[in-house]
Design a protein around this ligand. Structure first.
Ligand code: B12
Ligand code: SF4
Length: 554
């Protein structure tokens, strides 16, 4: 059906709203588009998937709907990661005037089913669908929704409710990761123990033609700031620090360092207030290069997710030499690097791709994401490929997520081979560089050794905080990795051994004690996890229901 013209909802801010993410389970194959290959776990899905029991596993909430809920005054429930049953129950238990569904493209089959369920169980509700799924050309004909919202959703929802769309953005309290698990152990959910997510902007002005988030929020030259200035950002962070008791922030901004004035003002305010924070950020290599290492360290950048575009590709922001140098330099300063490499770029061939993967692996990042080159609906690349008649039209959208096979005809690489090269890249990175947890430990030690006596107490405090894990639980983990990795690559196992010795030299008593007492327990849980994974064990996020401005309907 055709989406209706957008007018204000007749009940305005009194309308009762349900905002839901798509239903699970996610990590198993089903008729609605779940895929075992596509779990709801960031690292395990796209980064550490080949690392077995050493894979870092955790869930992240659906921040888009949390942001919308926080910024409207209507009574609103957020239902995150429901089962189909829980979604049905919520629709029948409460009456909703508006049901908003948030989804990305892969999950369009679930959106179709959810719209069908709303029509059946809550026929008076207006259905609003938002998120990246809205970028599919002709999505109106695939799902039965009343409104399909492209781009930023807070201002749309405020407009729809007759509220002030330009009112300042309130930032919800978001704990970044949930149910973290590694080596068969679930880490305790200690208050303040996990970073808080902050979302200063959406979109990226660089406008790489394959980039779905850039094009969704306006494309080249465009982005939307939720926190315009360093002052605003600082205030938001102080508020979150006080309420969640955190020092660490996961900064969800596609290219945080590109907004230089805002970042440097934030640094100024952090210095004035003596804030010793840690920031995990996304940034392009050319943006990182605009800062000195000291500025990055002072700003608390402790983890950076950066595209390692092939130097031979048109997307390259740095030459190969420079990428290697930058990665090494960052790690020497205690900044963990998560590289991101695209497999199947236009210039890749079966002859050169192995060499390109080897160079990417050779950058020795702490973490490495590999993704297939994927024309995604809504991007300029998709349009280009579609005009060239190169898109494969018979693919289920549930399989277009960059971790399976090409969704287009590549000039030199077949679909089947695309998956083989992708899987090999993950495996090769693991085999040559070892578990990411080991690499992180290495970077942490380098940072500590370099900055433990730094004159700035903010910097000392941060590295002291980080090293606490290294001299305790992580040293026990090193002991286990050293043993277990002998089966995979002896020389990596020896490197892990060397690192453990260095940690123990730095912290002779506590590190040794931890390895001796905790190590055997971790070894047991790691092996148990390996057996579970071999039997096909997968993990699913819990369901969340959160109500705001809520009064039960009479
Ligand atoms: C956190 C995240 C995740 C988390 C959790 C997501 C979740 N709970 O659903 C994890 C790690 C699990 C994840 C998994 C995947 N993800 Co993801 N993820 C992200 C990430 C990094 C942040 C999302 C975010 O919160 N952004 C900030 C918020 C504010 O923006 P937003 O969500 O877009 O919401 C705004 C609007 O879209 C809109 N909106 C959103 N929902 C709604 C609903 C209504 C009713 C309305 C009106 C408006 C609206 O309003 C919001 C405020 O403006 C994005 C990248 C990014 N920078 O956005 C990728 C991204 C969304 N993921 C993506 C993909 C492909 C995946 C995976 C398939 C993995 C993969 N292979 O990459 C899996 C899917 C797993 C599954 N089975 O479904 C793609 C989506 C591509 C597309 N065009 O559909 C993105 C864009 C990354 C990318 N650049 O490729 N992801
Ligand atoms: S630099 Fe990164 S976030 Fe920005 S448009 Fe390019 S790929 Fe997207």
């Amino acid at each position: 059906m055709k989406p209706k013209q957008v007018e204000t909802h007749p009940k305005g801010s009194h309308a009762r709203i349900l905002l839901s993410s798509v239903f699970g389970p996610y990590a198993q194959d089903d008729e609605f588009g779940s895929r075992s290959i596509n779990p709801m776990e960031l690292y395990h899905n796209q980064v550490t998937r080949a690392q077995g029991s050493f894979s870092l596993r955790m869930f992240h909430r659906s921040w888009g709907i949390m942001m919308i809920q926080e910024n409207i005054s209507a009574p609103c429930s957020v239902l995150d990661f429901p089962t189909r049953k829980a979604f049905a129950r919520e629709l029948t238990k409460n009456h909703y005037d508006i049901v908003g569904i948030s989804s990305i493209i892969v999950n369009v089959g679930k959106v179709r089913e959810m719209c069908r369920m709303v029509r059946e169980l809550s026929p008076d509700s207006v259905i609003v669908v938002g998120g990246h799924v809205a970028a599919i050309p002709g999505v109106e004909t695939m799902i039965d929704a009343d409104h399909i919202v492209r781009g930023e959703g807070i201002s749309w929802m405020r407009r729809y409710l007759g509220e002030d769309e330009h009112a300042p953005i309130r930032h919800p309290l978001i704990v970044s990761g949930l149910e973290t698990r590694i080596m068969g152990i679930r880490l305790p959910n200690r208050k303040g123990g996990t970073a808080a997510t902050i979302i200063p902007s959406v979109g990226c002005p660089m406008g790489c033609n394959f980039c779905t988030t850039s094009s969704f929020f306006g494309g080249k030259g465009k982005f939307i700031n939720f926190c315009e200035t360093g002052d605003e950002l600082f205030e938001v962070m102080c508020g979150i620090e006080a309420k969640l008791k955190v020092h660490s922030f996961f900064v969800m901004d596609e290219n945080f360092l590109l907004h230089r004035t805002r970042a440097l003002r934030l640094l100024e305010l952090m210095k004035q207030a003596g804030k010793s924070w840690e920031l995990s950020i996304f940034a392009s290599a050319n943006a990182i290069r605009k800062y000195t290492m000291l500025e990055l360290v002072e700003l608390g950048v402790s983890w950076v997710w950066m595209g390692l575009e092939s130097p031979r590709s048109t997307y390259s922001k740095l030459q190969g030499e420079e990428v290697g140098q930058l990665t090494r330099e960052l790690r020497k300063h205690g900044i963990r690097v998560q590289g991101s490499t695209i497999i199947g770029l236009e210039h890749h061939t079966p002859d050169n791709i192995v060499g390109e993967i080897e160079s990417a692996v050779g950058y020795q990042t702490d973490f490495h994401q590999f993704m297939l080159y994927t024309p995604v609906p809504g991007t300029p690349l998709y349009k280009e490929m579609s005009e060239q008649g190169r898109l494969l039209t018979d693919m289920d959208p549930a399989d277009i997520h960059g971790q399976f096979k090409f969704n287009f005809r590549h000039a030199a690489i077949s679909r089947e081979d695309s998956k083989r090269f992708l899987d090999w890249a993950f495996w090769r990175d693991f085999e040559i560089n070892g578990p990411s947890l080991y690499r992180m430990c290495q970077t942490t030690l380098l940072g500590w050794q370099r900055y433990k006596d730094h004159p700035d107490p903010r910097i000392r405090e941060r590295f002291a905080r980080e090293v606490k894990k290294l001299n305790s639980a992580y040293n026990a983990a090193l002991w286990v990795m050293e043993r277990e990795f002998k089966k995979v690559n002896r020389s990596v196992s020896e490197r892990i051994h060397k690192l453990r010795r260095e940690v123990e030299k730095e912290f002779p008593v506590v590190a040794r004690l931890c390895a001796a007492s905790l190590g055997p327990i971790l070894l047991w849980s790691t092996r148990r996890e390996e057996r579970r994974l071999a039997k096909g064990r997968t993990y699913e996020p819990p369901t969340f229901v959160e109500r705001r401005n809520w009064v039960s309907a009479s």
